[in-house]
Design a protein around this ligand. Structure first.
Ligand SMILES: [Zn+2]
Ligand SMILES: [Zn+2]
Length: 352
């Protein structure tokens, strides 16, 4: 199969002919049709998040099942599928409870095993991890659901328990934040979007944000003023000390903060205002992807047209431009949208 592989951290990845992956006994082999390019792939390539080398990146994909292991009951060759970026082991108590996203023995394509910048990718524990796609959902849109979109969906539903009329503050309008704006609006919430970039705030407005606030030390008080006493739910979709503290501080009593952005390096332990957490009985959640179990209600909203993941796709490219797209993740590209690699594209690129 053709695949993009890097042999050392930071080394230029190359498109190679590699042996096809083996189909796991409990898994399936998926012929990749589309796969998103994510900043986490860039972090792994740069060595910020150690991975086995050499490595094939890619963790948000959709495709067609071409082989099924002997111990798989629920899946068939020919099915159109996707899988969460965190695959559960299928054996532990967390997986049994449907919470594969926190499985202690999880595997992640592109990080712990070869990923989807390839013609074929193996998915372990397929009965637990593989999601069958609705017939009318195209592969590019399905690939766009895999990572930031599903994470934001779970943050707002399972953790935020967002309902119609709730005020939702979204701190940071990059990929995860803009997904959150779209999802919160679809859930009937009123959205306040916070970002330092006017271009990002413009996109948030286009996706239905009712109020936009310039990021900075005053952001929390502006959110409180705009929401008549604070947001019911607030997401930090960036992962910095300032945005995490701002997100907790902008909540009304009994409000719920959900941390979506990874807090890395100097931001790893933000000084959250725990006095406020006690006085206002706030809840603090972390959100780490979403297991296959939770996909169906999200896919229903996509099928109904309430969620349009395709609107978050900036460009669709062919596999031979994957290395270039991965390198581009290292440069700040405000509101450029998700880049999706579509397999078998004849043309070299197109911007949609
Ligand atoms: Zn990702
Ligand atoms: Zn498990």
């Amino acid at each position: 199969m053709h695949a993009l592989r890097y042999d050392a951290y930071g080394a230029t990845p190359s498109l190679l002919e590699l042996p096809d992956p083996e189909c796991p006994d409990d898994g399936v082999l998926v012929e990749v049709r589309a796969t998103g390019v994510c900043r986490s792939d860039w972090h792994a390539w740069q060595g910020h998040d150690p991975v086995p080398l050499p490595q094939v990146p890619g963790h948000e994909f959709a495709g067609v099942v071409v082989a099924v292991g002997d111990r798989v009951a629920r899946h068939r060759v020919g099915a159109r599928v996707t899988a969460p970026f965190v695959c559960g082991c299928g054996r532990c108590s967390f997986c049994a409870a449907g919470d594969a996203q926190v499985c202690p023995d999880q595997s992640q394509p592109g990080f712990t095993m070869p990923g989807s910048f390839a013609e074929l990718v193996a998915v372990p524990a397929a009965d637990l991890n593989v999601v069958v796609l609705p017939d009318d959902l195209d592969f590019v849109s399905a690939a766009a659901l895999g990572c930031r979109f599903a994470t934001s969906y779970r943050a707002l539903t399972a953790h935020g328990r967002v309902g119609p009329g709730d005020w939702v503050a979204v701190h940071g309008c990059g990929g995860a934040g803009l997904s959150a704006v779209m999802i919160a609006v679809a859930l009937g919430a009123r959205v306040v979007a916070v970002d330092v970039s006017p271009a990002a705030l413009r996109l948030a407005r286009e996706l239905g944000a009712e109020v936009v606030v310039e990021g900075g030390p005053d952001a929390a008080s502006q959110v409180v003023a705009a929401t008549d006493g604070g947001a019911h739910v607030s997401l930090d979709a960036v992962g910095t000390t300032e945005t995490a503290v701002g997100s907790v501080s902008c909540l009304r009593p009994r409000g719920r903060h959900v941390q979506v952005g990874l807090l890395l390096g100097e931001h790893a332990t933000p000084p959250l205002p725990m006095g406020l957490v006690v006085a206002r009985e706030l809840a603090i959640h972390g959100s780490h992807g979403m297991s296959a179990r939770d996909y169906p209600p999200m896919l229903d909203l996509v099928a109904s047209g309430a969620l349009q993941p395709r609107r978050l796709v900036g460009s669709v490219i062919s596999l031979d431009r994957a290395a270039e797209a991965l390198a581009a993740m290292g440069r700040p590209a405000v509101a450029a949208g998700l880049t999706v690699i579509e397999m078998g594209r004849a043309d070299r690129t197109s911007y949609e």
